[in-house]
Ligand binder design. Structure first.
Ligand code: PEP
Ligand code: MN
Length: 361
């Protein structure tokens, strides 16, 4: 349930509404002030009688959310959310942010050389992937945990860039955080694994949530809401949830066998319309071929992606994982050109249903 206060509603009127919801119904509220005040009710709002809210002074209207992904929905939060990584890199809004680096940490030499290459090209956040979720158990699945994390820390130290790493095993979360990983990625294969999503709702470390390759938009945004809502199995709000969620599109399984996954450019403005969360796209894991990465990057950015994550490897021919889709120094040109496209389209805005949102600079 979302309660829109009338323009000019007083603080006392807002407090009275919040008080009714919290004391009478034991639910929690989140208030967003942007022009007018909007109050989002957390928990099972079906217990609330609408009339007991609309009768209160200063209330303009009450909207019941039918979408099952309330916290991730633009109906709940009109403005673009901006997630800050490592205290300095902003993702979302009018920012265009690049995440890049090797698909996997293979050795110290390969990782540091790839990290330095990624830094030279201008990436903002470095991929430092310790655990790899692979389709076949015979494929390369990463180094032993501690060794991998030491190299991830060395990559961060050598470049000064914040790092992103995929968490597959819940038992590794503390080790990741202790090793200074700045962003936790939830991979396409884990995108609906609720124990993992629930655990990530208990921290405030930024999370990149991939689009599961068998999921539709509703399932993807519901997964985001798992991380954001802080709601337990009985519908009680037991935590504040993790607001720092970044979405990353990578396409779904399609019948086309010559691209790795089917990426639909229309999903980019559609997701931006439905959700306030920052949206990246991954041209390496969707196209699956470095020859496609440059043009796909431009297409995603032109469609409204607020950043891109791709594979950059120092020596793709020798890569143990996904070398075919990794770019090298040309990532620098790709990033610069994508920035030009982004600024050329600045001001066009994104449909948000009732209005067009031009991202805040
Ligand atoms: C990755 O980013 O390394 C990855 C495995 O991607 P996905 O989860 O989209 O397959
Ligand atoms: Mn990969």
């Amino acid at each position: 349930m979302i309660i829109h206060m009338a323009p000019g509603a007083s603080i006392e009127q807002v407090e009275r509404v919040i008080n009714r919801i919290t004391s009478d119904y034991g639910l929690r509220c989140e208030t967003i002030v942007s022009g007018t005040t909007v109050i989002g009710v957390k928990g099972i709002a079906s217990v609330i009688d609408d009339g007991r809210i609309t009768e209160l002074p200063g209330v303009d209207r009450v909207i019941r959310i039918t979408e099952k992904y309330k916290d991730a929905s633009r109906n709940f939060h009109k403005d673009d959310s901006i997630v800050t990584i490592g205290g300095r890199v902003n993702v979302g809004g009018g920012n265009l942010t690049f995440f890049g680096g090797p698909c996997a940490i293979e050795s110290e030499k390969q990782s540091i050389e790839s990290a330095m290459m990624a830094k030279e090209t201008g990436v903002d956040v470095l991929r430092a992937f310790v655990d790899k979720s692979r389709t076949s158990p015979y494929d390369y699945r990463g180094l032993e945990l501690q060794k991998g994390l030491e190299i991830a820390a060395a990559m961060k130290q050598a470049t000064g860039l914040p790092t992103v790493s995929e968490l597959i095993d819940l038992r590794h979360l503390d080790a990741f955080l202790n090793a200074g990983i700045d962003v936790i990625q939830v991979g396409a294969r884990s995108a609906q694994y609720s124990p993992l999503l629930e655990e990530l709702s208990r921290i405030d470390t930024p999370v990149v949530l991939k689009h599961g390759f068998g999921n539709d938009l509703n399932e993807w945004l519901c997964a985001a809401a798992y991380i954001m809502s802080g709601i337990d199995r009985e519908g009680r709000v037991t935590g504040s949830g993790n607001r720092n969620v970044i979405l990353c599109y990578r396409g779904i399984k399609s019948f086309e066998s010559e691209t790795r996954f089917g990426a639909d450019a229309g999903m980019i403005p559609l997701v931006r319309m439905r959700s306030h969360l920052p949206l990246l796209a991954d041209p390496s894991h969707s196209g699956g071929d470095r020859k496609l990465v440059e043009r796909m990057t431009y297409a995603f950015v032109a469609a409204g992606a607020q950043g891109v994550e791709f594979d950059i490897h120092n020596n793709p021919a020798e890569a143990l994982c996904d070398g075919k889709q990794a770019v090298q120094h040309e990532a620098g040109r790709i990033i610069q050109t994508a920035r030009k496209i982004h600024s050329m389209l600045d001001g066009i805005g994104i449909e948000t249903g009732s209005s067009v949102a031009v991202a805040a600079k």
